[in-house]
Design a protein around this ligand. Structure first.
Ligand code: XMP
Length: 524
């Protein structure tokens, strides 16, 4: 396994992900993790991340110098390279001006085996720079592997001590050959194998749930999303029938979604209890217009419905949750289990005095999707779009009613079917097997919204006063920011025609052209 030491750069999770993409397990640890703790974990390689500080800042984050004596191969990136230079006897200077953007790499001649870090690169290759300081002279023992017009040392190495560093950012997509730096460092230099595969992820997670739960009883809430589905299946492999899965159908799901989830699980042998609570949710939501209130009501009712069912099951000690690695990292916690404040299970463990088990706490989302395929879940669940916990309640603006739910469900199904078809026609498909590669989908999330609005229209010879449907389609890497997708006009026209023809009561369709920020992806 590889430890990525975090010096606070924006892109650090990306480094851990790039390492995982070369099929090596990686963990992100804070810069002040004691060196004994690092040694105890027996990493086979260490990466020092970038960060916003300058090595000369009075409170610049620094690792324990003993790190360099562990005998483990180390790769420094950006600030990580400057630290290496500074701590090992080189010099670091403030650059005349901050360099931010693309640069052309110039490889040093005659580096031979020393230059293995940049195997596959050629002079002229583009790399991404983002730094205010630079390394002026390399520490004793190091040779310079490459430079750029503004950066005399863009990469350096001391192969005898297996210390390597790059000033540019190999983790970002703006460095097109960046992946090679990780491949070369991890596989050629550190000699690591490729054993972080969906199959090994499953067996590691299963063993860890077995250790944690022992002969206890556990419960899991299925939401319809991929995270809770995978967490449940892993726990099921680990403890068999001592796991009870509960699926609360709050009646706010998309068309056919509840059936799809039940069908997918029926074949797995998981003990699944379905609670149809849709009537109860509708009653509680009646007349409620405030988005936050809706969210609170759905959350509260969900917990109630879940608890009632759990009581029938009897003794339960553990709650299995699908918390992912980014939530664990972002909580800033190193060892304590962190509970994702997901609307539907937040608050549950405490109320029911349950201990939390998180089989996915080391996984990124794309890894969970591949594990889903590995576990035999259908691609429709493995690649399911993000969907808010409160479901369609937050895509109906104003009060939720059964009639509005029916309108939105139908319109949403048309939007999704048409955009799915468009993506397929453009040659895009989601992998059906865990080992297949994935290009980013041209549209990241797409759905319909029902605003609280009526407008005048005409149908045949008569005036109509009908509902409006909003189409929302966004393209994004991380959902923190997003742009509206430039869908072809023909596709928009087809969706508009189908919705107004096929969904009774709708006489107008509009397309939301707001990026995030200033909008959010969802309307509530
Ligand atoms: P916003 O609307 O904040 O959404 O731009 C960003 C992403 O998060 C999803 N989302 C949720 N996911 N529970 C979830 O699990 C929620 O309550 C929730 N609200 C928004 C949203 O669909 C988008 O992908």
């Amino acid at each position: 396994m590889v430890i990525v030491i975090d010096f606070g750069a924006q892109y650090n999770q990306l480094i851990a992900r790039r390492v995982r993409e070369t099929q090596v397990f990686s963990e992100l640890l804070p810069f002040d993790t004691p060196v004994e703790e690092i040694r105890r974990r027996q990493p086979q390689a260490i990466i020092l991340s970038g960060g916003p500080a300058s090595v000369y800042d009075p409170c610049a984050p620094q690792p324990d110098p003993a790190l360099f004596d562990l005998g483990v191969p180390i790769l420094g990136i950006c600030y990580g390279m400057q630290l290496m230079a500074h701590m090992l006897g080189g010099t670091v200077r403030r650059a005349e001006r901050r360099e931010y953007g693309p640069a052309e790499l110039k490889l040093a001649a005659g580096t031979g085996m020393d230059g293995r870090l940049l195997d596959g690169f050629e002079s002229g290759n583009r790399v991404w720079m983002s730094h205010g300081d630079l390394v002026l002279t390399a520490p004793p023992g190091f040779s310079v592997l490459a430079s750029t017009a503004n950066t005399p040392i863009a990469a350096m190495a001391d192969p005898a001590r297996r210390l390597y560093a790059v000033q540019f950012h190999p983790e970002v997509s703006h460095t097109p050959l960046g992946k090679l730096v990780f491949e070369n460092f991890l596989h050629k230099i550190a000699g690591l194998g490729r054993d972080w595969t969906p199959a090994s992820i499953v067996s590691t997670a299963v063993a860890s749930v077995q250790r944690e739960v022992g002969d206890g009883q556990a419960i899991v809430a299925l939401s319809g999303g991929v995270d809770s589905a995978v967490a449940a299946l892993i726990a099921h492999r680990a403890i068999g029938d001592r796991l009870h899965a509960i699926f609360v159908d709050h009646g706010l799901l998309r068309e056919h979604e509840a059936e799809e989830v039940q069908e997918a699980f029926r074949r797995t042998g998981l003990r699944l209890t379905v609670v149809d609570a849709s009537q109860r949710f509708l009653e509680k939501l009646a007349g409620v217009r405030d988005p936050e209130k809706k969210r609170r009501i759905v959350g509260r009712e969900f917990i109630k419905a879940f608890e009632e069912k759990a009581r029938e099951i009897g003794r339960v000690d553990y709650l299995v949750q699908g918390t992912l690695y980014p939530d664990v990292i972002e909580s800033g916690s190193r060892t304590a289990a962190v509970i994702k404040t997901h609307h539907n299970v937040g608050g549950l463990p405490k109320r029911m005095r349950l201990r939390v088990v998180e089989p996915l706490r080391y996984l990124f989302k794309d890894e969970v999707r591949r594990v889903a395929l590995e576990l035999g879940l259908p691609p429709a669940i493995a690649w399911r779009q993000p969907f808010p916990g409160p479901g369609l309640a937050v895509r109906i603006i104003g009060a939720v009613t059964a009639e509005k739910l029916a309108v939105l469900r139908r319109a949403d199904a048309i939007v999704r079917a048409e955009i799915d078809r468009y993506m397929k026609d453009t040659g895009f498909s989601f992998p059906a097997k865990s080992a297949e590669g994935l290009q980013s989908p041209p549209v990241s999330q797409y759905f319909a919204v029902l605003p609280d609005l009526r407008s005048v229209g005409v149908m045949g010879d008569s005036r109509t006063y009908g509902r409006t449907i909003v189409i929302r389609a966004v393209t994004t890497d991380d959902f923190m920011t997003a742009d509206w997708t430039r869908l072809p006009a023909d596709l928009l026209a087809r969706m508009s025609a189908r919705i107004t023809n096929e969904v009774p009561g709708v006489n107008r369709v509009v397309y939301d052209i707001t990026p995030k920020p200033p909008g959010t992806v969802e309307w509530e």
